[in-house]
Structures are given as C-alpha cells and as structure tokens.
Ligand binder design. Sequence first.
Ligand code: XIL
Length: 370
Amino acid sequence: MKNIFMILFIFFSFTFSIYAQLKTLANPKNFEIGPCIAMDPLRNETQYRNTIIAEFNTAVAENAFKMYMWTGPNSYNFNDTDYLVNFCRQNGIKLRGHTLVWHSVVPSWLQNGNYTTDQVRQMLQTYITTVVTRYKNDIYEWDVVNEAISDSSPHGLRTDSFWYQKLGPDFIRLAFQWAHQADPDCKLYYNDYGAEDMGGKSNGVYNLVSQLKQEGVPIHGVGWQCHFYYDWRLNQTFYENLERIKALGLDVKVTELDMSIPLPVEPQELQVQARGYADMAYFCLSNKIGMVLWGFTDKHSWIPGFTNGERGAALIFDENYNKKPAYYAIESVLKATVNGAIYNCDFENGVYCWFTNGTCSISTTTAQRR
Ligand code: XIL
C-alpha cells in the first residue's frame, strides 16, 4: 500500500515538474506571465487548455472582451466572456480585461444607427458600467482605452475614430471615470503599440497620460503592447520611457508581446528571437512588470493573418506545442537569480547570457548590473 502511494507521489511530482514550468518559477517571484486566450481552441483543444493551465498565472482575452459582446442598445452576449471567466477562476489564473474602448471594434448597429452625441455618450456609459460591474470580481485590471494615439506626427489623438468623432477627446476621460465608478478597486490602463521606447509616438502617449493624471482622471498604468520583430533587443530608451511614466505615478505592463519572424523561418532566427524574449523577461522581472504575451503557440497567433502570411512563429511554443528556444530563454531568466540578483542578458556591459542548443544559459560569474 505504502509503495503505491510512493509510486503515485513520484508520478505526480514528475508530471508536475514536466508540465508546470513558467508558472512554477514565476509564482514565488510574484511575476505575472500569461497569454491572450482565443475562445475557439479554449473550447475545443485539450492541449491548448492544458498548456495554459500548466504554464501561466495570468491571461487576457484575445477578442472575447471587445465590443463584439455588445449586440444591441440594450443587449449583450456574455457566452464567451462568462466561459473564459469561469475557466480562469477554476484554474487560478488572473484575468486582465481587454478592451473597453477601441476604434477598431465598434458594433455596426451603433455606427450606422444615426445616434446623437448625447445618445452615444449615454450608451457608452451604460456599456462600460454593465461590463465592468458584471466582471468586477474576476477582472483585476482593464485596458480602458486602446490605441487612441495617432501613428503620424505630431501623434495627437486619432481623429478618424468613431469615438473621437462622436464624443471628441472627452471619451477617454469619461471612459476611465465610468470604469472607476463601476469598480473602484480595478487597475485601469491606457494601452498602445509602438510607444514602448522613446520616440514620437511614446511622447504622444506620455503627453496623453500625463494630462489625464493632471486632471485627476483615475488612470493607473500604461500598457505596452510590444508587437516586435524577432530581432528586437532591449536598449536604454525602454528604461527612459519606463522612468518617465513611473514618475507620473503610473505603472507599466507588457500587454501583448510577440516577436514575429519572416516566413519561412530559419533555425538561426529562433535563437535570435530567444534572445529578445530573454531581454524582455529580464526587463520585466527586474522592474516588476507583468509580461503578457499575445498568445503562446504559433498554431494560434494573429501574426500570419495580420501580415498576409509574410510573418509568423512569433510565440514561445511552436505549432505542435513544442517549447521553442524563446520558451527556454524565459525559463532561464526566471531561474537565473544568484544571491537574489537577476543577471542581464547581453545588455550594455558585456554578454551575460549565451545560447547553446536553443537554451539560454546565464553566466553566474559576471558582474550584476542593477
Ligand atoms: C487582434 C486579435 O489578435 C485578432 O484575432 C483580431 O482579429 C484583431 O485584433 N492590438 C490589440 C489587440 O490591442 O486587441 C489586437 O488583437 C492586436 C493588436
């Protein structure tokens, strides 16, 4: 009898140690790591579900929490959102909300409905209040406004958006206030892409969020989407941007990380990509920033569709759920603490991290940076 327990114990410990990787390393460090989740494979693919459960402590919906759920002036379809919330609750996964107001997903009944400004304002308030209130106990932070800053200089607000055209610049402030009223404990983010390092667009985002802060709008963080190319590397300007945002009293979170490779992929490019993932894991871990990926398996990634098949392989598991060098790079950074210090990966003062057989090994002999 005793032996059976022993065998079972060994079996489960072994299984656990194989399958519970990133989460097991991240939890003791209070490090948030997780993917966006797509509903179709969540409902239909066991391996998709099981990998999420085993590997991650945080998640966000790829599309479910966008305005697709708003089916009419007073009607909602909460099937997907309820399903996802239950999945996360049952598996101890923290859920981010993405996103309340985005120019890219506006219901067609609303756009074509000839509503007045007052009606649109009223309806948006009801939408935000309804959704935030419903998921109050399950969503710990929301991307309240997504991608409101223009890509072109001088990087003011995007004026061709439905929200801007109907409500003017006020829609941003109002959305944050309504979300805050519905759930005063929820952390509220402004989220955007191409504004992670110093530059024109990040100046635009910085100006927007500092103005919101000055006006006393309840905003708590800036989301950096981080849709990068595979050869992305960390540099000093990410620190500069982080510091100025922190100086406003705001947090930063990596919200949609992926690093896409031109197709077809060369094996060497997977190594280069892994170094980028190591850099990002290092940056996030050492600055206590959560790291949310835009998916986890190349089988379900928005990149090939978005780039007409030109790029792909942007995530940390391949299409067959095998761990890629990028996965091992993150794992190595999570393991690489020596005397409580985290070692740097090839950033500034020398190469502290090298790659063999697709694995990132961290030198314990070089000097620590921070
Ligand atoms: C993307 C999804 O991944 C796609 O499935 C969908 O067709 C379009 O939106 N920035 C964002 C995300 O904030 O919501 C986008 O997600 C990717 C870019």
